[in-house]
Design a binder for this molecule. Sequence first.
Ligand code: NDP
Ligand code: HSE
Length: 442
Amino acid sequence: MASNSSSSSDDNAPVRVGILGCGHVGSALIELLGERARAIETASGVRLEAGAVAVRSISKDRGIELDESLLTTDAEAVVADPSIDVVVEVIGGIEPARSLVLAALKSGKPVVTANKELLASVGSELYAAAEANGVDLLFEAAAAGAIPIIRPLRESLLAEDVRSIIGIVNGTTNYILTRMAEDGATYADALGEAQRLGYAERDPTADVEGFDAGAKTAIMASIAFGANVVAGDVYREGISTITSKDIESAERFGYVIKLLAIASVFDAGTDEEEIGVRVYPAMVPVSHPLASVRDSFNAVFVEGAASGELMFYGRGAGGQPTASAVLGDLVDAASNLQRGAFRPVPSGPRPSIRAIDDLESAYFLNITVGDSPGVLSEVAGVFAENGISIRAMQQDDTPESEASVAFITHQGRESDIQATLSRLKEHDAVKSINSVIRVIES
Ligand code: NDP
Ligand code: HSE
């Protein structure tokens, strides 16, 4: 392999890339690599070349120009091939991705991956293997698609005391919620379109139930807070229960519904330090910058003690945007390999996780009550008894004998909200609790 140089002379031997997976991301990566190889060599001195591509089915039409002699179904052989210098893992899932990544790292090959599920479950094992073998493990594409967020957290903000991260980090759900709100699309049609556009995971339950956003939250929190946060630490609710009626109600109160990912540190630097990580749909004021993040776009706000608030915005899903992030990592990994350098992942020990019951939020509630004198004051009394204060209320026109009432509360502790809901469910005047959605104000 050639030494690092900014020249593009003929003696600059290529860095051969083994690509595991050629689906939405892998095929876009192969195309982009073909288009950008010369410019990359000119800019960085790194000459990248696809050396092998592992897939499940050789005969599948991938819709790209691809030298078929590169294709194989033997991913292990690609990793073990001595002519392969760097490995890209874009298969997804835990196995065989975990074993393949570990094998590559152990044989001294840097790895670039887009696999958030893998990193959020066994990231610490992989980070340790990369460090022990002195090679890079890079994963910019594993959070928020094309948006550079991992590298800023790993490098630019390494010295910053990061206090919180809040964002929209799943393109599929943002696309679905945008189509439902703006075009009146049904949930099923919008999800189908997100799948067709290559935004969704192989099993879209990962997107719509918040697992994917949860994995990304765990990865970002681990790096930002120097702690080993795993997917199981993240409190998670998805968007599959959000209805068109919820979206209309949000609009009436001046909000839009977004699937939010939130990570925060409490009592930073003390013995009581805790990390709160959660993913849930929330009503966001239309004036909030996250409200204007539409379609498959993502946005992440990072707040540091010294830096204040920083915003990162861009395409969060899709083959090409993701391939852009993978290719950036690939250039970095290849360049570091040539220099014999690598950058360890700044993760850390297991943190104390603050339970959702101890976190606070404002809430939107829609309930149906019997329409008789005094009912509203009784219902308001239940909120008061549990320490929850009401900020706004609206009553809808409904059939006689029933009234549909929407409330927005002030900030309250989750356990108090849950106690309020339990009491409302038992209350004679309450016919049904139709919606319970968190609200953020700023
Ligand atoms: P796809 O399902 O489109 O592609 C997966 C690829 O992996 C396919 O080419 C498949 O082969 C191949 N594959 C599966 N199992 C094996 C195996 N055992 N050996 C060799 N090849 C295998 O997924 P995506 O491209 O959408 O996603 C890939 C990864 O990137 C995932 O981790 C995903 O979470 C992540 N990601 C995806 C984004 C997106 O917008 N799509 C954005 C950011 C990250 P075959 O084609 O023959 O079936
Ligand atoms: N399924 C993911 C999403 C892909 O929709 O955001 C990008 O990570």
